[in-house]
Design a protein around this ligand. Structure first.
Ligand SMILES: [Mg+2]
Length: 129
């Protein structure tokens, strides 16, 4: 099996990185990951709660989104108490010319959300207060 198709290997790498830096860079999508884009009454409470816990254990949170209405995003996140450090911008401690955002993990409804959610929840259980 390819090495990172094994979920345990993915988790162990994140745990090692967290222990090394006492932080992870976690990117998260906005539309349909924390915000009900089509107003269908969908819930995103578990992902939002996980983001709060990740913030508590020192993670750097980047909103990684194709939505360009930053004012709305900021307002929504403030109102919904969703922590974030930047929108589509690398952390100050990881500057690069590449257009790809740097992250250790990505929470995105279009990119294996369940697996990343489980992995980060396990990390928070282990290192959270
Ligand atoms: Mg999305």
């Amino acid at each position: 099996m390819d090495y990172y198709l094994n979920s345990e290997n993915t988790y162990q790498r994140l745990e090692r990185e967290y222990q090394q830096y006492n932080a992870l860079v976690v990117a998260f999508d906005f539309d349909n990951t924390v915000y009900d884009y089509h107003q269908k009454g969908l819930e995103f409470t578990q992902v939002i709660e996980l983001l709060r816990q990740l913030k508590q254990i020192g993670c750097y949170l980047i909103i990684f989104t194709a939505n360009d209405d930053y004012e709305f995003i900021k307002e929504y996140c403030t109102k919904s108490k969703i922590p974030y450090d930047s929108i589509n911008q690398n952390p100050p401690f990881y500057q690069t010319q590449s257009p790809k955002i740097y992250y250790n993990a990505l929470l995105d409804d279009r990119a294996g959300l369940r697996e990343t959610y489980d992995c980060l929840s396990r990390l928070v259980k282990k290192f959270g207060k």
